[in-house]
Design a protein around this ligand. Structure first.
Ligand code: AMP
Length: 400
């Protein structure tokens, strides 16, 4: 953040979509804590902060009479917590545009904070409406985007609003900078050997990512249910495993492309199978291409986990997206656990390891290994799209 915020009003888009309990108490303030460095920096420089965020999906979960459930989705729930964290005055405007927002932002003094009401109370937000974005833009002198989690959406407050600020008056926040820097570091000229690990449920969700990995990976390790579509494509027996039979051609084409590109694709040689999709299922380990009928592969097997871990530990760069099995059930969590530990071991030996985009982040947090890898993305879908090589509207809007 190179801009000078002294005596300026910074309109900052953050992702304060935090989980709340039934009494509307914050149960996990990670997203707030992650935005604090940006907010504190602006305040310390003598600027004022106007915060925009969404909270939940108020337009999809309306009251029975069709009105917005303000009680549930108001950002007012966050005011007390923010005051405590920022140690300054936090005002609240009960609308993100309109008279009150204008009046309160105009009266805001350096060092003070104004939290605007949920941007998603307006359908114009998700539609990326120009007029709405213009009204938001009018509240501040400088626009700061620190909401990486919504950077893949062309919403009014995450992208369109930036059109109303010139290059000297818009910037990324620290969190956003860090996400972009780390993902870019991993994808562009990474230290070799590079190992990309992917898992999760569907080939169709990850095929673009897999194809992008071919640009820079030496090894691609495929776990999760995705692997069984590959085994099916190679005419293996996959029992009742979750597969996408209509993606067989795509899977075979990918394997061919990988071969031509000289990238080693490793599928799990064995699997931990269950007789049903349940935590207390009967369990047996089989070769991944010899799964009996009535059984389904729910985790990579011990031999595969050892092989994956060995490759990861020898890598200089590791990018991991997607769990190796149904890690939510302890009986099928070992593969994911072993991969996470191997990432931690590689990091200790000096490798750059990045976990991003979805459930593998939850797995790493659950295993308390987040601090033992180089970088854990907060981005979910945004990180997935960034790694697929797509241009994210929230990033493009600041750069243009
Ligand atoms: P994704 O959102 O695509 O990363 O998928 C994550 C989900 O895939 C998790 O909820 C896992 O439980 C699930 N998953 C991983 N491996 C398997 C498997 N072998 N069979 C069924 N579901 C799986």
């Amino acid at each position: 953040m190179k801009l000078d915020f002294k005596d300026k009003k910074a309109l900052v888009r953050v992702d304060f979509n935090v989980p709340l309990d039934k009494q509307f108490k914050i149960t996990d303030d990670t997203r707030i804590r992650e935005a604090l460095p940006t907010l504190q920096h602006i305040l310390e420089q003598g600027g004022a902060v106007i915060i925009m965020s969404h909270l939940g999906r108020p337009l999809e979960k309306k009251n029975e009479d069709g009105s917005i459930n303000r009680e549930k989705f108001t950002l007012q729930h966050l005011v007390k917590h923010l005051k405590k964290k920022l140690k300054t005055k936090v005002h609240f405007a009960d609308d993100c545009i309109g008279k009150q927002a204008i009046k309160k932002s105009a009266a805001l003094k350096p060092g003070e904070v104004l939290l605007l009401e949920n941007t998603r109370f307006y359908s114009e937000e998700e539609k990326g409406d120009q007029e709405f974005a213009k009204k938001l833009a009018a509240l501040g002198d400088i626009y700061v985007n620190d909401a990486f989690g919504t950077a893949h959406r062309a919403h009014a407050s995450t992208a369109v609003v930036a059109q109303f600020f010139d290059a000297q008056h818009k910037t990324f926040g620290f969190l956003m900078e860090r996400e972009i820097e780390n993902a870019t570091r991993a994808m562009h000229q990474p230290a070799k050997p590079v190992t990309c690990v992917t898992g999760g449920s569907k080939v169709s969700d990850k095929i673009l990512l897999l194809e992008k990995f071919l640009d820079y990976a030496d090894n691609i390790l495929i776990g999760g249910a995705m692997a069984y579509t590959f085994f099916l494509a190679k005419k293996g027996a996959v029992g009742n495993s979750l597969v996408e039979a209509d993606k067989i051609k795509i899977a075979l084409e990918f394997l061919k492309k990988a071969k031509n590109a000289g990238v080693k694709v490793v599928l799990p040689r064995d699997s931990v199978c269950g007789d049903r999709f349940a935590p207390d299922a009967q369990v047996q380990v089989t070769a991944s291409n010899q799964i009996p009928n009535g059984w389904m592969g729910l985790d990579i097997g011990p031999k595969a986990a050892r092989q994956f871990a060995g490759i990861i530990r020898k890598s200089q760069t590791v990018i991991w997206n997607g769990p190796m099995g149904v890690f939510e059930m302890p009986a099928f969590a070992d593969g994911t656990k072993i991969v996470a530990k191997a990432c931690a071991a590689a990091t200790k030996k000096g490798a750059f390891t990045m976990v991003g985009g979805g459930d593998s982040v939850a797995a790493v947090n659950q295993l308390k290994l987040a601090k033992k890898v180089s970088f854990v993305s907060t981005g979910g879908g945004a990180m997935l799209e960034f790694m697929e090589g797509k241009e994210l509207p929230g990033i493009k809007a600041i750069k243009d």
